[in-house]
Ligand binder design. Sequence first.
Ligand code: TYM
Length: 335
Amino acid sequence: MEKSGNKKIVMSGIRSTGFLHLGNYFGAIRNYVRMQDEYECYFMVADLHSLTTHPETKELKINVHRVLAENIACGLDPNQAALYCQSHVPETSELYLLLNMLAYKGELEKTTTFKDKVRLHPNNVNAGLLTYPVLQTADILLHRASLVPVGKDQEQHLEMARNFVNRFNHRYGEIFPEPYAFNFGEDLIKVPGLDGTGKMSKSENQYATIYLSDDDELIRRKIMKAKTDSGPTPTNTEKPDYIENLFLLMFLVSEKNTIEKFEADFNNCTIRYGDMKKQLAEDMVKFVSPIRERAESIRNDEQFLKRIMEQGAEKARKSAGATMELVRQAMGLNY
Ligand code: TYM
């Protein structure tokens, strides 16, 4: 069952655990910006999720402000979409608690992100970490959203969200639509790291990740250090991973004819990776620097950010409140 009105509902979130990077932009924020005119959108900073791995809260405020400022600098319009902070919508915690009764220990333990986190932080395997996908499902269901713009790494969480929805609907009645990961009809994106392994990430892999706050020189240095080799020998060979990744990054920020030139050079074995990386670095600087500059000035305006968060939370709580009414009714929590 969809909400009344015919605009589809969109929801997504970003943790406040560090600096945003190209993966966050191309996997998520670019889609937020493209969706905000057409859909009813709720985008939030997942500060509660960040507590599952970052219990120290000294940096939390500055991180929340940075994520908000960077979202706006990328083109998100807080007057169109609701842009809010997760902990400002306490209905999140209520729905999370109720959904926890429908989530089983076995399936939670099998979640890839949980297993990764256990490996990385063996001394902090807390219950919040285990039930991370339940909290994420609560974020989405609070607005009864059906479209969730995210990168490829979130696919499993969305699959789990659909399982929880189906369990809820089966037991208590059809309240929630099934949410799906969304990327404008294309495959979900994974922006690779510059070292040829893994993906760009907020906290790991810092030299292989380009952050939206990196200055021009740092961007150039990171790209020039990216792994290459002496070039292909037979014509039209397959690209090794680390070269494929450089092309992928070029595809995101460079002009079509630039990409075509280097593709042709690769295929006829005349490519000079030094030139390719210089070109990629300049195109990347051109892409990142306006975002960085806008974000810096927005970040310094605390009053503005506070106002945006309040306005976003008000919109989000209205939608969340209506959903919780339906949930309490459906579950018989209405005496
Ligand atoms: P987070 O904060 O790790 O990442 C935010 C968004 O950026 C995408 N992303 C990437 N996309 C492509 N390539 C990459 N290298 C890359 N790295 C990150 C992520 O897929 C994500 O879309 N659990 C979520 C936050 C969350 C959420 C939600 C998302 C909380 N509640 C409700 C959707 C709906 C997370 O940790 O994202």
